[in-house]
Design a protein around this ligand. Structure first.
Ligand code: PEP
Ligand code: MG
Length: 586
């Protein structure tokens, strides 16, 4: 039995056999085979090639059936099939295996990399779009070579605990809760998108557990404690029973809190109301959002449309997704976040030395005006059918905001000229997630209808700490005095301008921060649906006047550790059972 410590990112306890998943997109090491092993490598490659072609045929067939033959399936898939069936590609890869004695994996990576580089160097926007096709094909071939496909996982005989060095948001989003009991990874931080998705899916997860892969063998019994951040490998019977009991207690408390609080308003004992909304990645989460007592969607991360569609979503795909959510929301409002592509979330198509500081979000859309306009058009069309507002991510200064708003005005003028119906008063807000935006919140407030603070990014950009990097996770704190001052500044600027200031970063759903945020003056918070009952319970147990004093004191402290300790003590006084659940054993 061995215990590895990591970062608790999605609460609950999972117990089951390990299933090791190769990290998609991870760099393949340059490895060689012996000359007599080359034919075996070629055979492996051929098998993966056939499997990849087969997968695309199956996907095409499935889509054709689902879409009632309305879409020209050949259009969608012919590019991928064309590349995979090109004898030149096979020849180049097998050549590298035969003459350079590379492993099949490395040869695939190498040849695909050469194609991608030459497309990027051409600088043509059509060719740049083809980069995604080549990236997709490379990943598919590698997955098949490494014997780990989504399909295989879906067909896995029993429920498993996924173990990986790292998982992409796209891999995590594809997990089925029935088959995936828990997740444990070596990489990642509390606000990695993999962690956010695990929480959304309700799968217990621990990230940042160093050395995990070398300690686990496929099939080993594992315990993932997503509340405490522990992974126990091959536990003895007593440990297993102890964790089973912990898991049951967690579920009972969660169910009880949900039943008691989800339908009650979040109002403090002295009458201060806080609007609680939910964050979603997929429209089909709306049912859970309403069941858990949210009064709307405060953040819809639309970039996940890139996960569900084989091709980049067009205006119609956006519109259909919004309509699905609007129908399910039954008149509750929804805040659509404009595509935040790039960085860790779905490739931008550009080589990035430093992706989080590179061509991400609005910077990317500036170079892809049609993609941006299509989304605005879809939002405006849908705004005629439901209560929508939308916001731009990653705005760093007023010039960027003006540029983005200009496009919106132009699209509205097109709608007006065509006599199209839309909500002419639709609210257009921005996310405050870059320090420069927080510093100039007063200027931005004059030209925004609302603010939503994205602490996941605001923390990483303020403290220069990568949100995905487990090695610096100890430095990543949303209550660092620098971050708190930026949040305070933003709230005050918003209040002065009379616009709504909400928060949709993970900080908003962490009960350790609820008293602070209420005390700082937030009247609206958006969070993962699963944490809503806990947050409501806490808000209903405190006084606004008391929370203000606690916030003032927290803002006077000098280090993140002091603030964390202070808030943990204050929270424990109010909801000891919820705090206890999160404490490490022993
Ligand atoms: C944030 O940065 O806080 C946020 C909500 O956006 P995302 O996590 O999608 O970057
Ligand atoms: Mg963000």
């Amino acid at each position: 039995m061995e215990t590895r410590r990591g970062i608790a990112v999605s609460p609950g306890v999972a117990i089951g056999p390990a299933r090791i998943v190769e990290s998609q997109g991870a760099q393949i090491a340059r490895k060689f085979v012996m000359p007599d092993e080359a034919p075996r490598e070629i055979a492996r490659f051929d098998k993966a090639l056939t499997a990849s072609q087969q997968e695309i045929h199956e996907l095409a067939e499935g889509l054709r059936t689902r879409l009632d033959q309305q879409v020209s399936v050949s259009d969608i898939f012919q590019v991928h099939l064309g590349i995979l069936e090109d004898p030149k590609l096979r020849h180049q890869i097998t050549n590298l295996i035969t003459h350079r004695l590379f492993t099949a994996e490395f040869a695939v990576q190498e040849i695909l990399r050469r194609y991608i580089t030459s497309l990027q160097e051409a600088g043509d926007s059509y060719l740049l779009q083809r980069v995604r096709d080549f990236e997709d094909i490379g990943q598919r071939l590698l997955r098949n070579l490494q014997g780990e496909t989504h399909q295989q996982l879906a067909r896995a005989p029993g429920p498993v605990v996924i173990v990986a060095h790292d998982l992409t948001p796209s891999q995590t989003a594809g997990f089925d809760k029935e088959k995936v009991l828990g997740i444990a990874t070596e990489a990642g931080g509390r606000t990695s998108h993999t962690a956010i998705l695990a929480r959304a899916l309700g799968i217990p997860a621990v990230v940042g557990a160093a050395g995990l892969i070398n300690s686990v063998v496929d099939g080993d019994m594992l315990i993932v404690d997503g509340s405490q951040g522990a992974v126990v490998i091959t536990p003895d019977e007593a440990t297993r029973q102890r964790y089973q009991a912990r898991g049951r207690t967690f579920e009972v408390i969660e169910e009880r809190t949900a039943a008691e609080f989800c339908n009650l308003p979040a109002v403090t004992l002295d009458g201060r109301a806080v609007i609680i909304e939910a964050n979603i990645e997929f429209p089909n989460e709306v049912a859970t959002v309403l069941n858990n007592g949210a009064s709307g969607v405060g953040l819809y991360r639309t970039e996940f449309l890139y996960h569900t569609a084989e091709n980049p979503p067009d205006e119609e795909a956006h519109f259909q997704a919004y309509m699905e959510a609007i129908r399910a929301l039954k008149d509750h409002p929804m805040t659509i976040r404009i595509l935040d592509l790039g960085a860790d979330k779905f490739p931008s198509g550009f080589p990035e030395r430093n992706p989080f500081l590179g061509c991400r979000s609005m910077r990317l859309l500036r170079l892809q005006p049609t993609v941006f306009r299509n989304q605005i058009r879809a939002i405006l069309r849908a705004s005629a059918m439901g209560k929508l507002r939308f916001m731009f991510p990653m705005i760093a200064n007023l010039a960027e905001l003006r540029e983005a708003r200009k496009v919106v005005t132009e699209v509205m003028e097109e709608f007006d000229a065509a006599g199209a119906v839309y909500d002419k008063k639709i609210q257009v807000g921005i996310m405050i997630e870059v320090p420069s935006a927080a510093m100039t919140a007063d200027l931005l407030a004059e030209e925004s209808d609302f603010f939503s603070i994205g602490t996941n990014d605001l923390v990483q950009y303020t403290l220069a700490v990568d949100r995905d990097n487990e090695r610096v996770a100890h430095l990543y704190s949303p209550v660092d005095p620098a971050v708190l001052r930026l949040i305070q500044r933003t709230v005050q600027a918003g209040q002065k301008a009379g616009i709504r200031v909400s928060m949709c970063g993970e900080m908003a759903g962490d009960i350790m921060h609820t008293i602070l945020l209420v005390g700082m003056g937030f009247e609206s918070l958006s969070m993962a649906p699963s944490v809503i009952p806990d947050v409501k319970k806490l808000i209903r147990s405190i006084r606004y006047e008391g929370a203000k004093k606690i916030a003032d004191h927290a803002l006077s402290l000098k280090t993140a550790k002091e603030v964390e300790q202070y808030l943990s003590d204050e929270t424990r006084k109010v909801v000891p059972e919820l705090v206890q659940e999160r404490q490490p054993e022993g």
